[in-house]
Design a protein around this ligand. Structure first.
Ligand code: BGC
Length: 422
């Protein structure tokens, strides 16, 4: 794939330009499975930073040694400041905005729904619409209510039914305000981080449990799909999939190629097999490329990296879009793509390079309908805490002041013109 030069790349009319967020990462003041886990593990995570990160990362982000970095606390205080944040999103010419609903707020006790909280999210979604943006609503972005965790969380046999009941309640109460629904965020990440690597709650490293979690999660999606469609046939429903671009470390190695096939099947595609005919669109979330040297993942030497050490590989998004298009014939939305870049020196190029490949895929017939940058704000990056900075907008966690980054202004131009100038 060659990059184009000296051109104006015009995106299709109606293409959605957005930014994505998730409740726990920005809202603040949550009480869910993560909040307890964060407090319990903060000191350990701060201590482990010494061995986990490279010297340049340790020097650049000394906050990784502070246990406070690992506790979400008030996060960006977005729960209270959503109007201000949506004003910023509007000022960046966004035409779509992705949020997630915090399950533990809506159903703090089993089967008891909190009307005050649903009213809150109604206000938020109305505020998104009032600013001319199309809302995309995720029902579950990693965090679980405490009552559910006390009953084994995802591993509870009835998990799919619990999720369907919650979905039904949400769909009934928000149906008049949105059309685009994302049932779950990144099943592959939930499974790999919680049950294969065992680094996120509930930290159970067990392949048998991982397999059970796979099936429960996808059944939960299927039931949720049904509930949302029952609320209205016009609703568009899908789940957000972290689709990784895998390459063999050595092109001709049979074992490396086998590793790529297995990783692709279990990491990317199995979920569609388990949710046949229950995806009105495919939501691609793309961050990096993995090279596999059987049986493990390799760091790519001498490549361009983000602050997290992730390889920047814009071309990957083109190959994945093409592959999705060959496998499935539904529209595609890119619901996350972004970079941890505290100094904002790589973000502008990152966005433009990725969009160039998105454009190439569209020109080659792939039905891509929107691009959402991750994220609007710097936010709480799960087990890594606050130091990775993914925001188009910088957040000062002491004063909570927001500052639009220069790269965001560039993105705003693209959104405004619906085109990318090379
Ligand atoms: C997740 C986000 C996360 C981002 C960057 C995505 O996989 O959905 O919650 O912050 O990646 O790591």
């Amino acid at each position: 794939m060659k990059k184009e030069k000296n051109k104006i790349l015009k995106f299709p009319e109606g293409f959605l330009w957005g930014a994505a967020t998730s409740a726990h990462q920005v809202e603040g003041g949550n009480k869910n499975d993560w909040t307890g886990w964060e407090k319990k593990n903060a000191k350990r995570l701060a201590k482990e930073a010494k061995t986990k990160w490279a010297t340049w990362q340790q020097e650049k982000f000394p906050e990784m040694f502070d246990p406070k970095n690992y506790v979400s606390g008030r996060a960006c205080d977005h729960y209270k400041r959503y109007e201000e944040d949506l004003d910023i999103a509007k000022s960046l010419n966004l035409s779509a905005f992705r949020i997630s609903i915090e399950w533990s707020r809506i159903e703090p006790k089993e089967g008891k729904f909190d009307e005050k909280e649903i009213k809150h999210y109604r206000k938020v979604i109305k505020a998104i619409r009032a600013r001319g943006m199309e809302p995309f609503v995720t029902l579950w972005h990693y965090t679980l209510p405490i009552w559910l965790v006390e009953k084994k969380g995802i591993l509870n046999k009835k998990f799919p039914e619990y999720f369907a009941r919650y979905s039904q309640y949400i769909a009934k109460n928000l149906n008049d305000l949105c059309e685009f629904w994302v049932t779950l965020n990144e099943p592959s990440v939930v499974i790999s981080h919680s049950y294969i690597e065992g680094i996120r709650p509930p930290q159970k490293k067990n392949l048998w449990l991982a397999w059970r979690a796979y099936r429960r999660i996808m059944r939960a999606h299927n039931l949720s799909y049904k509930s949302i469609k029952e609320a209205s046939e016009k609703n568009q429903v899908g789940f957000a999939n972290h689709i990784k671009y895998f390459k063999p470390y050595k092109k001709n190695s049979v074992l490396d190629n086998l590793a790529v096939w297995v990783a692709g099947y279990f990491g990317n595609w199995i979920f569609y097999g388990l949710s046949k005919n229950k995806n009105d669109f495919i939501a691609l979330q793309y961050y990096f490329r993995f090279r596999l040297k059987f049986p493990r993942r390799m760091i790519n030497e001498n490549k361009d990296f983000t602050d997290l050490g992730w390889e920047i590989f814009p071309e990957g998004i083109y190959y994945l879009l093409k592959e999705i298009d060959e496998r499935y014939s539904v529209p595609i939305y890119i619901l996350e793509n972004g970079i941890a870049d505290a100094d904002d020196i790589k973000r502008k190029k990152f966005v433009k390079d990725h969009l160039q490949f998105v454009y190439a895929a569209i020109r080659h017939g792939v039905d891509v309908r929107g691009y959402f940058h991750w994220s609007l704000l710097d936010n709480f990056e799960w087990d890594k805490g606050f130091w990775p900075r993914f925001g188009l907008v910088e957040v000062d966690y002491k004063t909570l002041e927001r500052k639009i980054r220069p790269s965001a202004r560039e993105y705003a131009k693209i959104c405004k013109n619906n085109s990318l100038v090379l």
